[in-house]
Write a protein that binds this ligand. Sequence first.
Ligand SMILES: NC(=O)c1ccc[n+]([C@@H]2O[C@H](COP(=O)([O-])OP(=O)(O)OC[C@H]3O[C@@H](n4cnc5c(N)ncnc54)[C@H](O)[C@@H]3O)[C@@H](O)[C@H]2O)c1
Length: 680
Amino acid sequence: MIDNQHISNSMTIKLEDIFEDLPPMPQFAAGIRRAPSRHFTLSLKDTQLALKNALRYVPERWHQQLAPEFLEELLTRGRIYGYRFRPEGHIKGRPIDEYCGRCIEGRAFQVMIDNNLDFDVALYPYELVTYGETGQVCQNWMQYRLIRKYLETLSREQTLVMESGHPLGLFKSSPRAPRAIVTNGLMVGCFDDQQNWNRAAALGVSNYGQMTAGGWMYIGPQGIVHGTYSTILNAGRDKLGIPADQDLTGRLLVTSGLGGMSGAQGKAIEIANGVGIIAEVDYSRIQTRLEQGWIGQAIDDPAEAFKVAVQYQQQKKSAAIAFYGNVVDLLEYAANNKVKIDLLSDQTSCHAVYEGGYCPQGISFKERTELLQSGHAGFKEMVDATLRRHYELIQTLTERGTYFFDYGNSFLKAVYDAGVNEICKNGTNPIDGFIFQSYVEDIMGPILFDYGYGPFRWVCLSGKEEDLKKTDRAAMKCIDPQRRFQDRDNYVWIRDAEKNKLVVGTKARILYQDAMGRMNIALKFNEMVRNGKIGPVMLGRDHHDTGGTDSPFRETANIKDGSNITADMAIQCYAGNAARGMSLVALHNGGGVGIGNAINGGFGLVLDGSQRVDAVIRRAIPWDVMGGVARRAWARNQNSIDTSIQYNRMRKGSDHITIPYIADDKMIEKLVTEKFRDKE
Ligand SMILES: NC(=O)c1ccc[n+]([C@@H]2O[C@H](COP(=O)([O-])OP(=O)(O)OC[C@H]3O[C@@H](n4cnc5c(N)ncnc54)[C@H](O)[C@@H]3O)[C@@H](O)[C@H]2O)c1
């Protein structure tokens, strides 16, 4: 058997080159949120396996000391995080020039990773969770250290292989290949469920990457403000009859969650000029949003919260009010007192409903955390009872005229899992969808994704405020506000972005754009980098986009040709982006809706001003978007068919999309009904 000395000698990238001695245990800063225990359930044999797995990262001379420490972490926190290897203090995405590396991409990825772990950005920074309760950059701090080392070593001729947070190694590729290929949480079909994944994560062999946490493209809650703004604005126009050139003035949105992503809701309602009450059980999250100015005030009495909201509505002023308490208590009050709510949603972390994502009614946030810590006794039943009550209240309110939509957090699925079959369209299972719509199904899907509008984003890697201002202005010039109402909304968004103070963490911006819009902006930015007007830029997008995600309860909820249960699109998108030379490509299981419920992918592209990158922009960005539009067109989505027809005309001789012939519904119905009748 090969001994550990031999193994150590055969590697040049390893933890012992970073640390001569075992680093001291870092202090945990007071007031920084900590992840709840992930509920230890491993068998004796699996516990041994988990320890051996974690010790693979560290040299043998530290095993005696680390083994009991790792065991303690596993028993108390349900995971081995290797806290000892975390750098002391506040990690931040610093200007790119402060990072070491042999290629710009290697240094850019380090900025992105550190931003995902910033105390101001990350949900549970010590546990490497960026957002969405469980979405991690990687599994543990040993991996973090090694990834950093690999990225410092990475050259233009190599690709870093990342498997669920584990840096598998550097392999020779070419300057035209991605510098990092990332996968997270992928499971083999028959094991692709929460239970098997929980075991894999506890063993230290799988990471929940959410979307941009494990894909290193998270840009703080701003990333979702634009999407939330577009969703609620268009929900108002589509469901409340507000004209396309008007906003939510005088209208009330009630929702919940002021966490990583959900924290965007207050800001979005304000930008849309409406009034929002957002329930949140964890006061520390309210505090963060108050300090940021993304909510105006916090109220812990439902009657008072609605009274204040009505005053703002009557004055036609915008306001974001946090209700400190359980969303179900807030809705109980609204239902009992016949409060008029225009739009209703929810953004608790229902994709991880029993892991702490959804707080049961009747207990405080602190009690919920203690229950999770002490092993869940009765916790699941409490969650299920609250979900069922939540559903009843939504029914009461919608019967009175409120429009409810699922905001991509798997709420409807969670209610179904809590035993409410009647929430399914077919009364039995979710195969035909739910009786309430997911926001993608009738708002974001047809109005945005089907045209290719999606969450394009960029980070100014210099860390300079002036670079962000210059990119904002340049992007604005690329938009024609007269073309469609979506373009007008995007134009207004970017025009006011600076004024709306959206940045948390690195100097980043989100802007919904379609394929050609994204390509033109990217080319403009790369030209600005080339001319020395700005420093390098990292481009990317949320995985939650036109073509990046197959998720039948969310991104592909408006795919109605039966292919909503397939994942070919997301995988093609990822492979196609790799083939076309994006700097980073990522493919994940789960995302915002939980293991087994979605496959999602994204990319990062470092703009270094070169002609090479111009060529990547021209071939990869239209593909990234139009692959999704083409699939949506093939599913007979009208706006995608129109967009594809235009695209075929515009890109004649270069790209070509297969467009469906449309069969006559009545002819098909008559034929099949008669045939079935004959058979009977
Ligand atoms: N629609 C989208 O585009 C989109 C994007 C990303 C994430 N999501 C989904 O939205 C959900 C929220 O994401 P996040 O990053 O904000 O997660 P998060 O866990 O950071 O925040 C959720 C918040 O809900 C609060 N909460 C839980 N139960 C509550 C209750 N009963 N009453 C009041 N507050 C309660 C929690 O305290 C927490 O602060 C996730 O499921 C995520 O996957 C949606």
